[in-house]
Design a protein around this ligand. Structure first.
Ligand code: ATP
Ligand code: MG
Length: 433
């Protein structure tokens, strides 16, 4: 038997109804903020991710699904591990920034080669949001406020804690990195293995190490906040002021650095206590340099150390839909919904009358979900009606046809009665639960 690949999950009908419900609620909130939907390819050139995310990140170092296609010469391609790089690529490619400041959202599968466990899969789903064109802190606050409204709409408001940090600008971060490396270099024997390696590849990631002795060492390390310039500080304070004005609680987490290279200034995460070590449900930040960086690929600016071609400020976030659903299940299990409200059973001799009845009912009652079984025996059809979870079964046989009636059976009480054929067209007689 050929099975699905490890970490790649089927989403079965009992689950998919919850997915649709979750997606509808999130799309509704996005619409209320004026965000527009964009659909992006699942595969991009490997280079796009390597450039955007950064070579020394977990994603690019070890998590990407990359392959060469059959073109000559073969093109290195990658299943998208995240959505921002592709969204920025599309925005540049289609000139969406010309005279406009797009606010976009997308939803779909992402792929990362990680160790599968609860809340961590190799194919998982994100809702991503990217807001272009504003360098001002109100844009940061708006995005965060929108996620806050999403938690409210999903009944998760009390489960989420907002953590904030500022990474400053690239030069500020570079200065900090040097100070951090200088501080840690002669103490590197006390670092965990990952952090030791990161000391040369991606030192900032050492800050979010889970290792206790590494964390102890960091207590006396230089602090990122001390390296922020006035502009970065003021920006960060204004974000906090807006959030306070909006009544949104937050914690400053000076060790929040995010795994991707493209962030600057504000970074944030929504975390929960209910999902173990898969605690982060939603994460994002500002990436003012990324548009310029991707625009400059292939130009001379790309090769030099000077600032890249004109960028466009932007900020975004992504949330993990599997984690959101796990959390919703943990807080208030979502009831399984039956696939139909009314089941129509028709004797095989008068089956065409049954089909017509069901079809007319679907026309006259768009609010009611009507299901039938195939034209087997009445008994076999009744069995399917029992299993279907329908609230009501309509039974049509020769007698009913002769009398211009139908029989209806309340599936909860088992009570059966004869009613006129148009009985169901009135909402007073039957409404969907
Ligand atoms: P983590 O620290 O848990 O690995 P991350 O920092 O790699 O997360 P991001 O790249 O910021 O995650 O992705 C945003 C969100 O997508 C995460 O907060 C999480 O909810 C979800 N996510 C990321 N990787 C996975 C995965 N492998 N399986 C399920 N959800 C994921
Ligand atoms: Mg990760």
């Amino acid at each position: 038997m050929i099975k699905a690949i490890k970490g790649f999950n089927d989403i079965l009908p009992t689950q998919s109804a919850k997915w649709l419900q979750l997606e509808a609620i999130l799309a509704d909130v996005l619409g209320r903020y004026g965000y527009e939907h964009i659909r992006l390819p699942i595969v991009e050139q490997t280079d796009l991710f390597a450039r955007a995310i950064g070579g020394a990140t977990d994603i690019v170092e070890k998590e990407m699904y990359s392959f060469a296609d059959k073109s000559e010469p073969p093109t290195p391609l990658t299943l998208r591990p995240e959505g921002t790089a592709g969204a920025v690529r599309a925005v540049i490619e289609h000139n969406l920034l010309r005279g406009d400041t797009p606010k976009l959202w997308y939803i779909g599968p992402m792929f990362r080669y990680e160790r599968p466990q609860k809340g961590r899969y190799r194919q998982f789903h994100q809702l991503g949001v990217e807001s272009f064109g504003s360098a001002l802190p109100d844009a940061d606050a708006e995005l965060i406020a929108m996620t806050h409204l999403m938690w409210q709409a999903l009944g998760l408001k009390d489960e989420m804690r907002l953590q904030l940090n500022s990474l400053g600008e690239i030069d500020e971060r570079h200065a900090y990195r040097e100070a951090l490396v200088a501080y840690l270099t002669d103490k590197q024997d006390q670092l965990d293995e990952d952090s030791k390696r990161r000391l040369t590849t991606n030192p900032l990631r050492i800050l979010d190490s889970k290792d206790a002795s590494t964390q102890a060492l960091l207590n006396d390390a230089p602090k990122l906040a001390e390296f922020l310039g006035t502009e970065s500080m003021v920006h960060f304070e204004q974000v906090q002021d807006y959030l306070t004005a909006l009544g949104i609680d937050f914690e400053i987490n000076p060790h929040l650095v995010r795994g991707l290279d493209y962030y600057n200034k504000t970074v944030f995460e929504w975390v929960t206590d209910k999902l173990g070590s898969q605690a982060t449900v939603c994460a994002g930040g500002r990436y003012d340099g990324l548009v310029g960086q991707l625009k400059s690929i292939g130009t001379n600016d790309d090769k030099s150390d000077k600032k890249p071609v004109k960028s466009e400020p932007a900020i975004g976030f992504a949330m993990g839909l599997e984690r959101l659903l796990l959390l919703m299940e943990a807080v208030a299990p979502i009831a399984d919904k039956p696939a139909c409200d009314v089941f129509v059973v028709a004797h095989p001799d008068v089956y065409s009358a049954g089909i017509s009845y069901a079809q007319n009912l679907r026309y006259s009652r768009p609010d009611v979900r009507v299901k039938m079984a195939s034209a087997t025996s009445l008994k076999a059809q009744m069995k399917k009606a029992d299993k279907s979870g329908a609230a009501l079964t309509v039974i049509i046989a020769q007698q009913e046809l002769d009398d211009n009636t139908v029989s209806i059976k309340d599936m909860q009480t088992g009570e059966q009665q004869t009613v006129t054929q148009d009985w169901l067209s009135s909402k007073d007689n039957f409404s969907r639960k």
